[in-house]
Design a protein around this ligand. Structure first.
Ligand SMILES: *Cc1c(COP(=O)(O)O)cnc(C)c1O
Length: 245
């Protein structure tokens, strides 16, 4: 049971639970379960991804010890260091940051899912590297739902063109969509962006006659609303690991 005294509020209004790693993980899993219950979803459908940028390997190891298996990194160099340092663990690594084409070669074969595919040139490079490694790289298309210039992702209109192009790349498998919506203090104001991403996924499924498994959406301050709108992967940093400096 979470009591209000278990929460500390930082200047940005983000929530951080002051408790031991495993207890904190458990509390977040509870919140995920509750959000699922509110809309009749099975909590098994939702993967908690630890967004571990700036978090040292030893803290990742601690959360691994608590049972967390999925971690996502934003920077290729930082990822490679942690990948090496934690090579003995069976971590399911994802890549969630903006990706330069010339860095793709470092990721293929090491990350199971790339969340940030946002252009044809990147898709073609992933195709090339995945073919070379004789594997199929799973990807999500990142969509810039808020139309913010500072963020990556294609516009909702551009998704269809990019998706069409990827259909011709045999070593790429699009498994869904990802978004980083605009920050809003009030979770309810983020809901339309999450709903929009779900509707976009449904339209893709309808137009192309495919099933897309994933909606990667929701971070520390808005993951509960994201789950209510259909998120299958929530990317949580601050609430798990604490404030980044
Ligand atoms: C840092 C990051 C997160 C986690 O953000 P928090 O607000 O700390 O939970 C999620 N997704 C992406 C792409 C990130 O870069």
């Amino acid at each position: 049971m979470i009591h209000i005294t278990d929460w500390s509020t930082d200047v940005c209004g983000l929530r951080y639970l002051i408790m031991h790693e495993c207890e904190r993980l458990k509390s977040i899993m509870k919140l995920i379960e509750k959000a699922c219950n509110r809309v009749g979803r099975d909590p098994e459908e939702v993967t908690l991804l630890g967004a571990s940028k700036t978090v040292p390997p030893e803290r990742i190891r601690a959360f691994y010890g608590c049972g967390l298996r999925t971690f996502g990194e934003n920077r290729v160099q930082e990822f490679l260091k942690k990948y090496e340092a934690l090579a003995g663990l069976t971590i399911d690594w994802h890549f969630i940051g903006r990706l330069q084409t010339n860095k793709v070669k470092h990721l293929v074969g090491k990350v199971s899912l790339i969340h940030s595919l946002d252009r044809v040139s990147l898709a073609e490079e992933i195709q090339k590297r995945a073919q070379k490694a004789d594997l199929v790289q799973r990807v999500l298309i990142e969509v810039n739902m808020g139309g913010e210039e500072t963020k990556g992702g294609v516009s909702p209109k551009e998704v269809f063109g990019l998706f069409t192009h990827i259909q011709n790349l045999p070593n790429l498998k699009v498994e869904g969509l990802m978004t980083i919506p605009p920050y809003r203090e009030n979770q309810e104001e983020v809901r339309p962006f999450f709903r929009g991403l779900r509707e976009l996924k449904e339209e893709l499924e309808h137009r192309f006659g495919v099933r897309l498994k994933h909606l990667s959406m929701g971070m520390s301050h808005d993951f509960e609303v994201a789950i209510e709108e259909g998120a299958t992967i929530v990317r949580i940093g601050t609430m798990l690991f604490g404030e980044r400096n």
